[in-house]
Design a protein around this ligand. Structure first.
Ligand SMILES: [Zn+2]
Length: 97
């Protein structure tokens, strides 16, 4: 089973962290990656590969949230885990990452 984890899925002051924000797409990193994860999971299912989306990390603070998602992935007995992210930049940025 492949664990598809959505980055920035911990809550800070009652709201999801959300990550970077694309001014071009008008969407947060987390919301964008929820859509990517849904499509990826459907494609994996089509290929007969089980997957599960993890879109909530409990815990207060980054370290606790990382420990929580690690525990969730272990409990689900995932054989592979990926975490989806994207970065943002100013219009003057050049190059790639
Ligand atoms: Zn990120």
């Amino acid at each position: 089973m492949i664990a598809i984890c959505i980055g920035h899925s911990r809550k800070i002051s009652g709201r999801y962290d959300g990550g970077a924000y694309s001014e071009y797409l008008k969407i947060s990193e987390r919301d964008f990656n929820l859509k990517v994860a849904t499509k990826l999971s459907a494609e994996l299912t089509r290929k007969g590969i089980p997957s599960k989306i993890f879109d909530h990390y409990a815990g207060n603070g980054y370290g606790y949230a990382m420990a929580d998602i690690a525990e969730q992935v272990k409990k689900a007995q995932a054989t592979l885990a990926i975490e989806l992210h994207f970065n943002s930049a100013t219009p003057s940025a050049t190059g790639h990452e």
